[in-house]
Design a protein around this ligand. Sequence first.
Ligand SMILES: [Fe+2]
Ligand SMILES: [Fe+2]
Length: 192
Amino acid sequence: MKLHHPELIDLLQQAYSAEKAAAFAYQGHAASLKTEEEKKAVHQIEIDEWNHRHEVLAIMKQYEVPVSKYYELRFHIIGKMISWSCFVIGRFMPFYFAGRLESGNVCEYFRMKQFFNTMGITEHDTVLYEMGIKEKEHEVYFAERVSNSKLLPFFEKLFSWSAKQSFNNIDLDKKHPVEESGHYCNNGKHFF
Ligand SMILES: [Fe+2]
Ligand SMILES: [Fe+2]
């Protein structure tokens, strides 16, 4: 079956390539960190992103959605640049911008779920829900890493993100199951 939903097709293609950018970025980020504990945590997040890429590709194949060569190249370059930059921009910024990025990514998967649901397709609900929740866990991890930094109030003002100011409306402490998650990222506006 082919998809006749340009917005969803674009979202899938972009997510597929952006997961590669994220994975590359976390390779540099993990390598630039000092403690084994943090290296391990960021490396695990890199593995999560490769898994997401795999899951997104499976959905794309099912609907004959081609991989976008443009997004692949663009996100390859972005990912590598972020990866290298982690060695020169200090400790705070890689954590802060990773958290900010993850915060926006959360809703991509819930938006995909909503788009599929409008076409009566529910078979991807669980996998999309789980990917969205995983991105939220990543956001929370990064937010915690910078929560005590003196730089946070300044960056919070300039880039509009922190643990208190997320781009999505998901609260992991009061998590709703997949069948009650319709209101996630669905208040009529985009969070990013
Ligand atoms: Fe991801
Ligand atoms: Fe992530």
